[in-house]
Design a protein around this ligand. Structure first.
Ligand SMILES: *Cc1c(COP(=O)(O)O)cnc(C)c1O
Length: 394
């Protein structure tokens, strides 16, 4: 009764679109369970569409993908201090390295196993987050060259991440990135993959594409920008969050709805019960804020407080043509008349990323290789709600 339908054709379309835009290698980020879409299905669809490799933040996620049968190159870059890289080396996972201690741990694991670990060096060019700081580059790169000569590691790539703080900052970060690449070449390392751009720069800043891009949200069909929709970017949202009506009740005017009665029906109407709540990632604060769902091709308002497991929709005007079991779309592709996820993000003063990764574990992810199963409406929805803040994504 709680489903996130994942359109594999949409993911393939989006990855193909990104390949078209960039012409270089495309690394698709499937961290946080594929941004809530299901990492395995997302990775497989991305690779089918020609992605060069997939990436996660954590090693555990990378290993799970390998165990689930993803044989393509997998990169991960965020490591705990007690991480054991042995399994990673044995499984052929590429490791993003941000500092000397990680490099030594990885090389030691490779030496123990008699294998060569594949490394991508992560440099900080101004995000002030994960990645080696410029003053660490010289010793880190020299040591990497030494370990490469000894056969313990192979440096396959170098990468950095943008702060999306505006054009001047982007250019400054790119200049620092160029210095890192030059420093790497100076110690005799020629990286095969050089990547800076995530979704935002991939979609709009071709001068930052280098020879690879690293995209997350765009692969799932969502816009990283507050002022551009998926459709305007040529992307198709892959997730349709849906449920069904499990109870219908005609009520008189004056009926209070849900905890605290913050909604009281002004007229006689019909209320529909939908079994999805804040345990499923539906923000509780959405109640009363103007969020709506699509039922039988109509936009109907969510009324009353959202519970842990369920919420109420006023279906008065369409009560005569719906029945128990009627599909309810919470968000999906606005081109199909479904509410865009950006309505929730806007009402919650957050970004679409946070909503999709927050969809809870009770919601069954169902990958579909056809069009979404919930019937489209005739007219596309008009944009409703405030857009999300851009550029402060993942
Ligand atoms: C999450 C992440 C990405 C993907 O970002 P999007 O904005 O979703 O494309 C790329 N690179 C790094 C280092 C990340 O952490």
């Amino acid at each position: 009764m709680r489903v996130a339908e994942i359109s594999l054709p949409a993911i393939r379309h989006n990855v193909a679109r990104i390949r078209e835009l960039t012409g270089g290698a495309v690394i698709v980020v499937v961290k946080a369970d594929g941004y809530g879409h299901g990492a395995r299905a997302a990775a497989a669809a991305a690779l089918e569409a020609g992605a060069t490799m997939v990436a996660t933040a954590d090693l555990e996620e990378a290993l799970a993908l390998r165990e689930a049968g993803i044989g393509a190159p997998i990169l991960c870059w965020l490591h705990g201090v007690r991480v054991d890289f042995s399994e990673a080396v044995a499984a052929g996972i590429e490791i993003g390295i941000s500092h000397a201690q990680q490099l030594e741990h990885l090389a030691a694991a490779a030496t123990r196993l008699g294998r060569t670990a594949v490394v991508q060096l992560k440099v900080d060019t101004g995000l002030s987050r994960n990645g080696a700081a410029p003053e660490e580059w010289a010793p880190l790169f020299a040591r990497a060259a030494e370990l490469e000569a000894a056969g313990a590691i192979r440096v396959r790539g170098v990468f950095s991440h943008l702060a999306n703080a505006g054009d001047a900052h982007d250019r400054a970060q790119a200049a620092r990135f160029d210095e890192a690449i030059a420093a790497l070449r100076a110690v005799g390392i020629e990286p095969e993959l050089i990547h800076l751009a995530a979704s935002a720069a991939t979609l709009t800043l071709p001068h930052l594409h280098y020879n690879a891009v690293r995209v997350g949200v765009a692969a799932y069909g969502l816009s990283p920008f507050a002022d551009k929709t998926s459709a305007q970017l040529g992307l198709v949202p892959a997730m349709t969050l849906r449920s069904e009506i499990v109870a219908l009740r005609a009520v008189p005017a004056g009926t209070g709805v849900s905890y605290g009665y913050n909604h009281v029906c002004e007229t006689a109407t019909t209320l529909a019960l939908v079994p999805m709540g804040y345990a499923d990632g539906m923000p509780r604060a959405l109640n009363g804020a103007g969020a709506w769902v699509t039922i039988a091709g109509e936009h109907r308002p969510i009324v009353g407080r959202i519970g842990m497991d369920q919420f109420i929709v006023d279906v008065g005007p369409i009560a005569g043509r719906i029945d128990l079991g009627e599909p309810v779309v919470l968000f999906g592709d606005p081109e199909r008349g479904h509410p865009p996820v950006e309505i929730w993000a806007g009402l919650m003063r957050t970004i679409n990323y946070e909503i999709i990764v927050g969809i809870g574990p009770r919601v069954r992810r169902i990958p579909v290789d056809a069009e979404p199963s919930v019937a489209a409406v005739d007219a596309p929805a008009t944009a409703v709600g405030a857009p999300a803040a851009a550029g402060d994504a993942a």
